[in-house]
Write a protein that binds this ligand. Structure first.
Ligand SMILES: [Zn+2]
Length: 289
């Protein structure tokens, strides 16, 4: 049994409720941060950017250590996915595309419980990005694998135990590269291109050297763990990018476009998108003076 923190009588919330029978889908999210909990998300995000909602975004939040924060009763409508909130129940795992074993165990147990209580099935369990009209990488995991694990009755193992090596490619490599850069390593030629080549290997080695790890250029569990530790020392990533209130409209737009999905856009931003952000930002500043 995961440790459960019942926050339901402590969290900010509005009066409006719904019938539990109106809930048709359970949505998995990630926080797109490497740390945090209800309170940090509340102070840094929800109360800042969606104050009119008066509630947080998720019914349950699963922390890195597997602790479950139960934030809202199913009868409360939270702001999990704009345009889809009336019929959805939201569970968020704290993480940015990689999750711990204990989180997956807690998720498994909590989603099974929610399916039972809400009389829903595995096919009603969706990832944020599977909802129509969304543009996001959330929940940072392949939902077919998540559903397969639910069908099988066995929780997924945390993706953190994955080992990345020379020749690997894909989103996890891209994440590793972005994390290495965030940790100050040099990937000036190829950046976060999703290809584990010699530059990435050298960056992994440099990181390992700096942190007293075995210098083998392989990103295994110990290297990943150290990297996460180093990044979380830099503070919650939501905080790093929290703008001045007067920039909220530009920020909100960029967020809706999926450009700010966590600490960096993992997909390339087009010139047009960038130009629009800058334009709106400029308009805001002009509006201030
Ligand atoms: Zn989400």
């Amino acid at each position: 049994m995961p440790q459960v923190e019942d926050l339901r009588s402590h969290v900010p919330k509005r009066d409006e409720t719904r019938k539990e029978s109106s809930i048709r889908k359970i949505i998995r999210h990630h926080s797109a941060t490497t740390s945090g909990d209800f309170w940090s998300f509340w102070h840094q995000t929800w109360s800042q950017f969606t104050p009119a909602w008066q509630t947080g975004g998720y019914h349950e939040i699963i922390l890195r250590d597997g602790t479950v924060q139960v934030c809202y009763a199913p009868s409360m409508v939270t702001n999990g996915v704009s345009g889809h909130n009336s019929y959805t129940y939201h569970i968020c795992l704290v993480g940015d595309g990689s999750f711990t074993d204990v989180q997956e165990k807690s998720w498994h147990e909590r989603v099974e419980r929610a399916m039972k209580n809400l009389q829903l099935s595995v096919s009603d369990v969706l990832g944020h990005r599977e909802l129509p009209g969304t543009s996001t990488l959330c929940p940072g995991i392949e939902m077919n694998e998540v559903r397969a694990a639910l069908w099988s009755g066995e929780p997924l193992t945390g993706s953190e135990s994955i080992i990345l090596n020379m020749g690997d490619a894909g989103q996890q490599v891209q994440q590793l590269q972005a994390d290495l850069m965030q940790a100050g390593e040099n990937l000036s030629i190829y950046g976060a291109d999703g290809q584990f080549g010699t530059e990435t290997q050298a960056a992994v080695e440099a990181f390992q050297r700096k942190h007293g790890l075995k210098e083998d250029g392989i990103a295994g569990p110990r290297t990943m763990e150290k990297l996460e530790e180093v990044l979380s020392e830099g503070g919650d990533t939501v905080d790093d990018h929290t703008p001045n209130p007067s920039h909220q409209s530009a920020w909100k737009w960029a967020e809706e476009q999926g450009l700010l999905n966590g600490k960096y856009p993992r997909e390339p931003v087009s010139r047009e998108q960038l130009a629009t952000v800058l334009h709106r930002y400029h308009q805001m500043i002009k509006g201030e003076s």
